[in-house]
Structures are given as C-alpha cells and as structure tokens.
Write a protein that binds this ligand. Structure first.
Ligand code: NAD
Length: 521
C-alpha cells in the first residue's frame, strides 16, 4: 500500500503512516497517527482560540487569510511537486485543480463575504407595527473538517478557509493516503502566522477521524465515501451537532443527437479520466443516444487511445491511481462488466510497470444491471450506455443512488437547459463538465447518497454559521396591541384576521388602528 500503518518510528511504539509513492512504490516518509487524546488536545486549543478569532473583525480575518495567496504564489511550484509526489497526479493538475483554486476562493470571499455575513433587514407583517426585523449570522465555534485523498489540498483548504472566514476555528483531519499534502496545509497556516489554535491539523487514519467526530466540536464537515459519511453522521447524531456530507457520485453525461460530437468526445475523455477518474464529479455514466452512438464512440476511442500515462516527471495526461486499494475496485468493475457483455475498446488492464497504473479504459455496451453502472468506480474508466433518445437518458440518469453532477451536450442550449433542470443532482453543465466546481460563486453539493448541504458561494460561508433572527421595537409605547388585557379586542382582532386572510389589506390596517386605539384606552 502507498500508505500503511505500522508501529514505531514515531516515538515509543506509536503508530505511523508509511507513505509510499503511487508511481514507484518507494517509501516517501512516515507520518504520525494522532491519538484520540491528541485530537482532544487539538480541539481544546481550537476552543481556546475561538473567542478571539470570532471577535477579530471580518476584514482582519480576510486580510490575514489572504496572506495565503503570497505563500501559494511563492511556494506554488514546490507545493505542486509535493502534491504530485503524494498523489501521482500530473504537475499541471496539482497546479491548476489543487493550488489555483485557493486564490480564486479567497478573492471571491474578499469581495462577497461582508455582504453574506452582515446583518440584513427583512420585512415585518402589519400585525407587528413599528417593528424592524433582521437576520444575522454568528459562527458555530470549533469545526471539524475531515478530508479525502483525491483532491487532498483543495478539499481540505476550501472548507477550512470557509469556516475560518465565517469566524470559526478549525481542526482538520487530512486523509492518511495523502499525508504529504496534509503537511503542506499545516505548513501554509503556520507560514501565515495565525494565532495558536485557529487551525489545528491532526494527521492520522480512520481512528483519528473517528476521534474527531467524538471530540468537542460544534460541526463536522466531511468529504469522503458514503460508508464513512454514515459513521460520521451517526456520531454527530449522538450530541446532536450539524454535519455536512460531501459524498460520492456516479455522474451522468448525456450526449444528445445534435451535439457537437468532436467537443463531446474530448470533453468525455477529460471529464472521465482527469485525475485518473478519481473525482467525485467524474463522468461515470456516459449516455449516448443511438443516432450518433457509433460516430461518437469512434471519436472518443481515438481520444482515449491518444492519452499519455505516466508519473509527474513524464509530462503525462494521466497519472497512477493514488490509493492502491482503488486498483482492485477498478479491476473488479471492469472484469464484471466484461463478464456481463460489455466490450473493452481501449485499456481495461493495469499497466505493466511499477506503481498503481491502470490504462485509460473505454467500455461500450454497459447496462444498469452491472456493478460498474451501480457503484462508484473512482478510476480511469468511461462506461458508455447506448440509449434510444434523450428521454431514456434522463430517466436512467435519475434512477440512481447518487446525484452529484451531470452534464448535457447539445447544440440547442434551451433544450440543454431544460434537460439540465430535469437532472436530479446538485450541479449541471451544458456543453461542458466538471469545471463548475471551480466557480466559487456557485454552491456545490449533492442530493441522494451524494450527501447534503452546500459549500462554495454564499452558502459556503453560511454553512459555518448559526442564523439569528432579531426584531426591534423602539420601546416608546407602554403596551402592545396583542398584549393583555384582551377585553374588548375580539371584534377588532377578528377584522384583522379576516382582512389579512381575505387579502383585504386596507381592512386589516383599519382594524389594526382600531385595535391600537383600544389598547391605549
Ligand atoms: P473515505 O470515506 O475512505 O475517507 C475520507 C476521510 O474519512 C479520510 O480522512 C479518512 O481517514 C476518514 N475516516 C475514515 N474512517 C472514519 C471514521 N470512522 N470517522 C471519521 N473519519 C473517518 O473516503 P476517501 O476514499 O478518502 O475518498 C473518496 C470518496 O470521497 C469517494 O467516494 C468520492 O466520491 C468522495 N468525494 C466526494 C467529494 C464531494 O465533494 N462530494 C469530493 C471528493 C471525494
């Protein structure tokens, strides 16, 4: 395994993660597996730091966090190298999909956070004359963030930054599969000199994550598999504290009869195989309508066959699988599909070289009964499903346990939008795919087993706050129309009731005036 737990090397008998390169298999280092006591201590430091961070103005919080941009710019290429060593992904991917996302998010929130988090006025019904109503937000406290290995930098940094901007302190548990990236995240927050306890990074495995779910945190933000998401939610339910679950996907791409097929084929190759298909938003079910199926598949086959596979030094399009266990899942899914009648047009096997490489794979003849159709593969496989028409594609796309992303390719943008609206998922793109996650203005999250809750956009900050409703009266009058005594008020109140329910506002207002005069007398 590229990351195994073993005893020793971390003090007397302490367990460590032994990190291996997904490209060569060589040991790259060992990392601590923090114990429950260490997690509790980290949470206690975050708890202690919370009041001061909460009371630091939003402008100052944003100013401090924006120093990350300088750090990422200065050390970006070194970080990209280390993230690629950790994950095996091409340097281009580390630079663009991991590091570049962070300045984009920071810039977006520098511009929008004030509006999102400020108190705002809302309407007040005429039943409450002379009052003003507001909504404001306040931070939750200490947030526990648990992140996965597929985009270990971005999927740690974005929730952590969102929680911090909203005024919380954070304890992050990065994935044991990518501890080098966990170390980078820790380094970045140290480099910008945040006060002690504002961000605590606790490296470790599932036991460390489980300890964080049981620790004294006020919210858990989890990105990972459905199986672990269930455990996280079960722990949270005991207290209860809120959870946000960003889970798996089996995203549908629909290629309509009138699509630009050259674009759709290039899009499918990238959307299914970028990051070696280890993406919650990968194209994992490719619905192609019968009329253009063969032409499209021929174009896609050429794209897949042209891909270069290799490690970060080989300037490849696609690297190895990051998590060794994933190789077995991909092999099982492909073999099961072939046994059930699917055809391999490209790839289909591991590469004959050291490391965790699997060939970019194109399968046709995939059907809903196959495991590769029902379960998340999380590998470099494009399963093509031939459908009669777009209606069948929509029906099948929606008839699934997951609902994270989707995309529709058609030259008719109006029709594309209509189909997009009918897809049961959190995000959809028309004539493009995946990159929607990079727009910090748009909320991101899933439906069904893909989880719930949203981050990014205004929701991404509000997710880390409590809402508070406030109503204000100037307090000049000694008494309110609705207070005791009720004697003599019934008729006027009945007129208010019928005026409001009957939509007769003048009648209701008149009755309110009467009620007020009765109150004064
Ligand atoms: P995973 O569930 O195995 O692990 C995720 C994290 O949970 C790791 O840090 C792990 O150490 C920790 N963990 C393990 N057991 C735990 C427990 N009992 N309590 C608390 N934490 C525990 O997931 P993974 O394999 O790292 O990630 C891949 C999965 O993540 C895929 O299903 C993928 O689709 C999903 N994912 C979803 C999104 C999204 O935004 N929806 C993004 C990326 C990945």
């Amino acid at each position: 395994m590229e990351a195994t737990q073993k005893s020793g090397g971390n003090g007397a008998g302490a367990a460590v993660i032994e990190k291996r390169s997904p490209v060569t298999g060589e040991v790259l280092g060992t990392f601590p597996i923090r114990t429950a006591a260490e997690v509790d201590a980290a949470v206690a430091r975050a708890r202690e730091a919370f009041p001061t961070w909460r009371d630091t103005s939003l402008d100052d919080r944003l100013r401090m966090l924006s120093r990350i941009k300088d750090v990422v710019q200065t050390h970006g290429e070194e970080y990209a190298r280390r993230i690629s060593d950790d994950t095996g992904k091409p340097l281009v991917d580390s630079l663009v999909t991991e590091l570049m996302a962070i300045p984009l998010f920071l810039d977006h929130y520098r511009k929008t956070a004030k509006k999102t988090l400020s108190r705002r006025k809302v309407s007040t019904p005429i039943l409450f004359p002379g009052k003003a109503s507001y909504i404001e937000h306040f931070p939750l406290g200490v947030v526990g963030v648990i992140s996965p290995w597929n985009f270990p930098f971005q999927l740690s940094m974005v929730p952590v930054l969102s929680a911090l901007i909203a005024g919380n302190t954070v304890v992050l548990k990065p994935s044991e599969v990518t501890p080098i990236t966990g170390e980078i995240v820790d380094e970045i927050f140290r480099r910008i000199g945040l006060p002690r306890g504002v961000v605590e990074v606790v490296q470790g495995d599932g036991s460390t994550g489980a300890a964080l779910t049981r620790a004294d945190v006020d919210k858990l933000f989890f990105t990972g598999s459905v199986a672990t998401g269930r455990k996280v939610m079960a722990e949270a339910a005991k207290r209860p504290i809120p959870v946000e679950l960003e889970l798996g996907g089996k995203d549908a791409m629909i290629v309509c009869a009138d699509a630009n097929l050259a674009r759709a084929a290039k899009a499918a190759a990238w959307g299914g195989l970028v990051n070696c298909g280890q993406m919650c938003t990968s194209v994992e079910r490719l619905f192609v309508v019968d009329a253009i199926h063969d032409e499209f598949v021929a174009l896609l086959e050429a794209e897949v066959r042209a891909m270069r596979v290799g490690g970060p030094d080989e300037h490849a399009d696609m690297g190895p699988l990051t998590f060794r266990g994933q190789v077995t899942t991909v092999e099982r899914h492909v073999a099961g599909a072939v046994d059930d009648g699917a055809k391999v047009l490209a790839g289909g096997t591991r590469l004959d070289r050291p490391g965790q490489f699997f060939a970019p794979t194109l399968l046709t003849g995939v059907t809903p009964s196959m495991e590769i159709y029902r379960e998340e593969t999380f590998g470099p496989v494009l399963p093509v499903i031939r459908v009669k028409d777009e209606e069948e594609a929509i029906r099948l796309a929606n008839d699934h346990q997951y609902g994270l992303n989707g995309c529709v390719f058609t030259k008719d943008v109006e029709r594309g939008l209509e189909l997009a609206s009918r897809l049961e998922c959190g995000q959809v793109m028309v004539n493009d795919l995946v990159s929607i996650v990079g727009n910090p203005a748009l909320p991101f999250g899933g439906v069904k087993n893909s989880g719930f809750g949203r981050y990014h956009g205004p929701e991404g900050l509000l997710a880390f706050t409590h809402q508070k409703a406030i109503m204000v009266d100037r307090g000049w009058s000694d008494i309110e129309p609705l207070w005791f005594p009720y004697k003599g008020k019934y008729d006027a109140m009945a007129q208010v009731f019928h005026g409001l329910l009957g939509g007769n506002l003048p009648k209701a207002l008149l009755a309110m005036t009467k009620l007020r005069s009765l109150t004064k007398s």
